[in-house]
Structure formats: structure tokens, C-alpha cells
Design a protein around this ligand. Sequence first.
Ligand SMILES: *[C@@H]1O[C@H](CO)[C@@H](O)[C@H](O)[C@H]1NC(C)=O
Ligand SMILES: *[C@@H]1O[C@H](CO)[C@@H](O)[C@H](O)[C@H]1NC(C)=O
Ligand SMILES: *[C@@H]1O[C@H](CO)[C@@H](O)[C@H](O)[C@H]1NC(C)=O
Ligand SMILES: *[C@@H]1O[C@H](CO)[C@@H](O)[C@H](O)[C@H]1NC(C)=O
Ligand SMILES: *[C@@H]1O[C@H](CO)[C@@H](O)[C@H](O)[C@H]1NC(C)=O
Ligand SMILES: [Zn+2]
Length: 268
Amino acid sequence: MKHFAALLLLSIEYSSCALYVDLTHTLSNKTSYFPTQTRFNFTEQTATWVNGNYFYASNTFQTSEHIGTHLDAPYHFSNTSWTIDQIPIERLISIDSLIIDVRKQCKQNKNYEITVEDIKQYEPINLNKYFIILFYTGWDVYYSNQSMYSGRISNDNSPDGLQFPGLSVKAADYLVKKYHQKLVGVGIDTLSIDAGQSKQFDVHQILLKNNIYGLENVASLGTVLKELSQPTAYFILHVLPIKIEKGTGAQCRIVAVIQDKISNGTVQ
Ligand SMILES: *[C@@H]1O[C@H](CO)[C@@H](O)[C@H](O)[C@H]1NC(C)=O
Ligand SMILES: *[C@@H]1O[C@H](CO)[C@@H](O)[C@H](O)[C@H]1NC(C)=O
Ligand SMILES: *[C@@H]1O[C@H](CO)[C@@H](O)[C@H](O)[C@H]1NC(C)=O
Ligand SMILES: *[C@@H]1O[C@H](CO)[C@@H](O)[C@H](O)[C@H]1NC(C)=O
Ligand SMILES: *[C@@H]1O[C@H](CO)[C@@H](O)[C@H](O)[C@H]1NC(C)=O
Ligand SMILES: [Zn+2]
């Protein structure tokens, strides 16, 4: 009986020792966007007191699947790969994750393409299960300013003249070759896993063809880094995209769970 009580206490202790970090930008009409995509359009429809009895509010929104913090389903660039509703849940929940910090390189070159060397700095990646790699360029600080974030002033709908960092084709090839059995997703804190100057979206083509999904406009990676015991430590990610039949992508809640932290609530 005593033994049982001790075990119970231990499990409660453990679950209260995690810190949650929300890696999701809040969606609004001001949300930054990739040109060519339908912008997020939020309409407050009803907010009223019904006969003075009770309050009732309800809204509506229109959006591209590829706005805000979102997941690119493999089908987005590969007609033989999964649509968003087909991605197995075990590739979305409780996934071991790692942040690769490329801020220094991106500060010197806003069109920086992440190299194989940048990845090798973090090897060996000793994960036996599924995992996600998140690239931290530092671009999230520009998120609220469309021209800074996209790297161009023009507001037109063509994708020309975009400037922001992304993965190199060689890095994408390397990840697939080395890790495609276990790597389920690649994330970044910019508008696209391909750099802004990309014309053919090769990184999308390479990863998505191998059923590795993309996470774009990821927020708050700096907060996670600060909370980790060391910058190369692993942590858990929960990735929860809206389940749209035949979806090529979807807005997505992403939460990092850092174990062995006293939880004082959610950190933004
Ligand atoms: C935004 O949505 C509202 C209502 O759903 C619609 O009337 C309006 O035309 C939309 N605006 C744009 C710019 O698409
Ligand atoms: C968002 O933008 C749409 C279209 O321009 C507009 O109809 C709507 O009222 C805006 N919503 C808010 C909350 O500002
Ligand atoms: C994908 O596209 C290729 C080329 O058009 C076609 O041959 C193939 O049947 C398509 N596969 C599926 C599953 O739609
Ligand atoms: C965005 O940044 C540019 C360049 O720093 C600045 O000129 C512009 O005023 C900013 N726009 C907003 C909406 O803050
Ligand atoms: C959580 O609260 C404790 C006790 O109030 C405090 O010592 C600790 O610094 C806080 N941690 C965070 C991450 O805010
Ligand atoms: Zn996308």
C-alpha cells in the first residue's frame, strides 16, 4: 500500500515538471503572408446580448491553407504523398525535436541558404524514434512587418523579389538521404522552407516527396532555446494541424514541452 502511494506521487510530480512553450503566431488580418496566397480575413459577425438574457458571439474567416503558423502537407508538392488528413497521428504528437541555430549566418546574409555543414554541427543526432528539426533563423522578430519579413516592399501578388533565409537544396538532399526513415518534419521561422529567392521550390519538392512535412512561420524558438538545459538538448513537440479533407496544408498549433521545468503556466 505504501509502495503504491509513493508511485502515484512520483507520476504527479513528473507531469507537473514540464514547461509548455507555444510556437504558434496568433492569426489576424495583419498576419504576414506569402504572395500568391489568399490572406487571412477575419470578420466579426455577431457579438450581442440576446434579449438581454445572455451574451452570444460568433465569427467567420477566410484563409489560404498556407497562412500563419502552418503545416505543409506532403501532397502540397507531391501528388503521391499524404494530404493533411492522411498524415499518421504518430508523426504529429510527442515528437522528439531539435533546434538548429543559424541566426549568425542569416544576420550576415538575408538570402542565406542553410548548409549541410550547419546540420553536421549538431550531429550525431541520437534519436531512435521519429523526430523534427527546427531551423532558427531569427526572422520571427520581423513577423509583424510584412515588408521586413518577406524582404520586399511591393504588395503585389507575384512571388518575385522575396528575400529571406531557407534551406539549401543540398541540405534537403542530405536530410532525406541520412534521416528519411525517422525525420517526419522540418520547421522554420520564415515564410517558407525554401529561401525567398527560390524559383522552383526544390526544398519543398525534395522533402515532401519523401512524406516529410514542412512547418512554416514557427514562433518563439528563442524562448525554447533559453529554457533548454543546453542549446543542443532535445524536447518534445506536439503538432496539431486542422484536419481538412484533401488539404495541402493547414493552420497548426505547435507546442514545445520542456521536461524538468517548474511549470508556472504557458510561456509565449
Ligand atoms: C472578407 O470576408 C468577408 C465576409 O466573409 C467578405 O464580405 C469580404 O469580401 C472579404 N474580404 C476580402 C478582402 O476578401
Ligand atoms: C478584416 O479584413 C476584412 C477585409 O478587409 C474586413 O472585412 C474585416 O472587418 C476585418 N476584420 C477585422 C477584425 O478587422
Ligand atoms: C502523379 O502524377 C503522375 C504524372 O502525371 C501520374 O503518372 C501519376 O499517376 C500520378 N499519381 C497519382 C497517385 O495521382
Ligand atoms: C516595416 O519596416 C519598414 C522598414 O524598417 C518601415 O519603413 C515600415 O514603417 C514598417 N512598417 C510597419 C507597418 O511597421
Ligand atoms: C516559477 O516560479 C518559481 C517560484 O515562484 C520561480 O522561482 C521560478 O523562477 C519561476 N519560473 C519561471 C520559468 O517563471
Ligand atoms: Zn506552406
